[in-house]
Design a protein around this ligand. Structure first.
Ligand code: CP
Length: 305
């Protein structure tokens, strides 16, 4: 019995550990043996009310490589939302045309709401500063692929821990794997208390730092993030913190052999471009892993695995 059949993915909390494992195993299988033709006859809608490169295009690639068709918009400005159509009406209309909806929206909670009104499953491709569960699944896949395990790792989350939805979802998921967390951020962008509470309840260790230059030698994973300019109400506040952490090649000397640098991308200035050639840089491979993982999620929801 496939417990993910017809089930929306709104928050990483929607998946039990064994369901996460099913996605990771399926993605691994799809990477080794591409599932061409699996979605023949299926139509997926991708509704992107907010900009995206990787999430939208990797979903599109995932669907097309499985022989499915994809409809939707990359810019809400080209949809009837500009005429005042509500999210509910948009979802009820689009659900007539597809088997599953992938949606990104700026409003926190919009994906949950969409899943409650939609007759077809919803995949949350990011809702405001809240959650980005498919990114988390590809992050877990990338971590396991590079480390050989998800258990007992020392994970550094660096940058905008307040508004960065990817770190929120990732923290929740990794809290199942005895992870030690190091949070590196300026005071204004600290990890919100609700997420620290999750770790405290599970008895997991976390440490907060202003800088990581002197402690990076302990890291298994350094997860860099962009300061989320679009979530700041005061542009001056953004200017103060925008370039606060920049990862440079020399910082990777004397780090662990297994260390990998992840970043959900897009990058602005937080990783110097010469780091890209360092064997410890993994962010472009991470973006590729998104195709296999999103194939696995769609296949599971449409009961094709
Ligand atoms: N990682 C990620 O969500 O990238 P995009 O905003 O380009 O989709």
């Amino acid at each position: 019995m496939n417990s993910l059949k017809n089930k929306s993915l709104v928050s990483i909390n929607d998946y039990a550990p064994e369901e996460i494992e099913l996605i990771l195993e399926t993605a691994e299988r799809f990477e080794k043996s591409p599932p061409a033709g699996l979605l023949s006859g299926n139509v997926i809608a991708a509704l992107f009310f907010e900009p995206s490169t990787r999430t939208r295009l990797s979903f599109e690639s995932a669907v097309k490589r499985m022989g499915g068709r994809i409809i939707g918009f990359a810019d809400a400005g080209s949809s009837s939302v500009t005429k005042g159509e509500s999210l509910k009406d948009t979802i009820l209309t689009v659900s007539n045309y597809c088997d599953l909806i992938v949606m990104r929206h700026s409003l926190e909670g919009s994906a949950r709401y969409a899943s409650e009104v939609s007759p077809v499953p919803i995949i949350n491709a990011g809702d405001g500063a809240n959650q980005h569960p498919t990114q988390t699944l590809l992050d877990l896949y990338s971590i396991r692929k590079t480390q050989g395990t998800l258990d007992g790792l020392n994970v550094f989350l660096v940058g905008d821990l307040k508004y960065g939805r990817t770190v929120h979802s990732l923290l929740i998921a990794l809290s199942n794997y005895n992870t030690t967390f190091n949070f590196i951020s300026p005071t204004e962008l600290r990890m919100p208390d609700e997420y620290k509470l999750i770790l405290e309840k599970k008895g997991l260790k976390y440490y907060e730092h202003d800088d990581f230059t002197d402690i990076i030698s302990r890291a298994d994973i350094v997860y860099m993030t962009r300061v989320q300019r679009e979530r700041f109400s005061d542009p001056l506040e953004y200017e103060k913190v925008k370039n606060i952490y920049v990862l440079r090649n020399e910082m990777l000397e004397n780090t662990k052999e297994n260390l990998r640098i992840l970043h959900p991308l897009p990058r602005v200035n937080e990783i110097e471009t010469d780091v890209d050639d360092n064997p410890k840089a993994y962010y472009f491979e991470q973006a590729l892993n998104g195709v296999y993982v999103r194939q696995a999620i769609i296949a599971a929801i449409l009961d094709k695995i």
